[in-house]
Ligand binder design. Structure first.
Ligand code: AMP
Ligand code: GLY
Length: 418
């Protein structure tokens, strides 16, 4: 089969790396890809949000199956469009991807179907939102309704901060139309973890849990990022909590799809918080997480293509993926300044040396090739992943490998999985 993966991050490199192990794959393509995906697939310079361009590429290259990495093309209806064109594609249609692209829609879904989540109120009018903040107790969480590159969530410690957030989101429109509506939530506490479940509409397969490290600096300090590293398993979800996640989140989710007539086929990635009152859903993502996927693909022993096809064909009830019992760690190497302004084009060395350990795989994110050299091309540059018999061993191997890689401005967290 010829398979096209859309996107250019570590997630996409990890998916292609896993797909390249499938005996059923003949040709791998990536749009637009990075220097790492170019080693195992053919990169095509079509942007992930250029929907007509992607349709044309899939047709011209006889692509049998397209897998969507990022959220924006899903929200823009890439799956609907491909299907109209008779092209096979993995991911939810836009109506179902709204569970990620509209936080108020997700909230209503959760409330309707009894899925535990933070108490909240939704506002499309800034004055009403401000009035709510005046009467509320703090801390309080203000969220832009739409997609905001992971930056649309503000934890306000006091009224002034909530007011500022509402002004920025709803009046100044720093996230554009994503801020037409806000969801204002009760502040929850507890450890967080990332769940991933393939959903074929009726059945689901829950992956092992993972944990992201969202803040830029050690000790969960600094700004929120797309994710600075992951571990799997998370150490947050014990057997009892995993059982509750099945009963309280995934089973009601599937029932809710049926009740609402919502067709969801693809990856559901709920962000969970383990509060003193049990697991609560912070958000739904409708795609593979990044960098979670980099850790998870290292642990998947079964053929990813089989799982993706079973999802599309409604056959997940028959799927029984096998997982490596070992722990996986992914450490993100980012450009100096990330998540703020960064400089690109810095020469990267040491990737080969870092990959010498057979338990280590280096996934590329923001990289490109220039005159035969791999150079930086984004905020998150590489994901250094390692497997180990224990989390401690995986960490040791991952950090030893990460230290062999150099580029100007390289920044990483030293406490992933600590
Ligand atoms: P989200 O994009 O909704 O997952 O939010 C990003 C991050 O904000 C989460 O990973 C949490 O750390 C934090 N967060 C979101 N909602 C809440 C909440 N209700 N209470 C406390 N922290 C939250
Ligand atoms: N790592 C968080 C995300 O993919 O949204």
């Amino acid at each position: 089969m010829n398979i096209l993966v859309i996107g250019s991050g570590g997630r996409e490199h990890a998916l292609l790396w896993k797909l390249s192990q499938s005996p059923r794959v003949s040709r791998l393509l990536c749009a637009p890809g990075n220097a790492g995906t170019a080693e195992i697939a053919t990169n095509h310079p079509v942007a992930a949000n250029d929907l007509p361009g992607l349709v044309a590429l899939a047709k011209a290259q006889q692509v049998d199956l397209t897998i969507v990495g990022p959220d924006d093309p899903l929200a823009a209806g890439i799956v609907d469009l491909f299907r109209e064109e008779g092209l096979r594609i993995f991911g939810p249609v836009a109506a179902a991807a709204r569970l990620e692209s509209s936080k108020s829609f997700a909230k209503e879904f959760m409330i309707r179907h009894g899925i535990p989540t933070a108490g909240s109120a939704t506002f499309s009018d800034a004055e009403a939102a401000l009035a709510h903040c005046h009467a509320a107790s703090y801390p309080l969480v203000v969220k832009a309704d739409g997609l905001a590159l992971g930056k649309g969530v503000v934890i306000a410690q006091k009224l002034e901060e909530a007011e500022a957030a509402i002004r920025e989101i709803m009046v100044e429109k720093v996230f554009g139309d994503a801020g037409n509506t806000v969801v204002i939530e009760e502040f929850l506490t507890g450890p967080e973890c990332s769940l991933h479940a393939l959903i074929d509409g009726k059945n689901y397969i829950l992956f092992p849990d993972a944990k992201d490290h969202k803040r830029a600096l050690d000790g969960d300090q600094g700004l929120n990022t797309g994710g600075m590293g992951t571990i799997s398993p998370s150490r947050v979800l014990d057997e009892a909590m995993r059982e509750r996640a099945h009963r309280e989140v995934l089973e009601p989710f599937i029932k809710g799809l049926a009740a609402d007539g919502l067709p969801f086929q693809g990856m559901l990635f709920p962000g969970l918080m383990m509060t003193p009152n049990g697991p609560k859903v912070l958000e739904f993502n409708c795609r593979f997480g990044d960098p979670e996927t980099q850790s998870l693909m290292r642990r998947l022993k079964s053929d990813l293509l089989d799982l993706i096809e079973a999802t599309i064909d409604g056959k997940l009830a028959e799927a029984q993926p096998l997982w490596d019992d070992r722990a996986a760690v992914c450490i993100v190497l980012a450009s100096g300044g990330y998540p703020g302004a960064i400089e690109k084009g810095k020469e990267i060395t040491g990737i080969e040396a870092a990959s010498a350990d057979q338990d280590v795989v280096v996934f590329h994110a923001g990289t490109s090739s220039k005159d035969g050299q791999v150079v930086t091309n984004g905020g998150r540059v590489l994901g250094v992943t390692a497997l180990g018999a224990t989390l401690e061993e995986a960490r040791r191997k991952a950090y030893a490998a990460a230290d062999k890689i150099t580029f100007e401005g390289k920044q990483l967290r030293r406490d992933i999985g600590a």
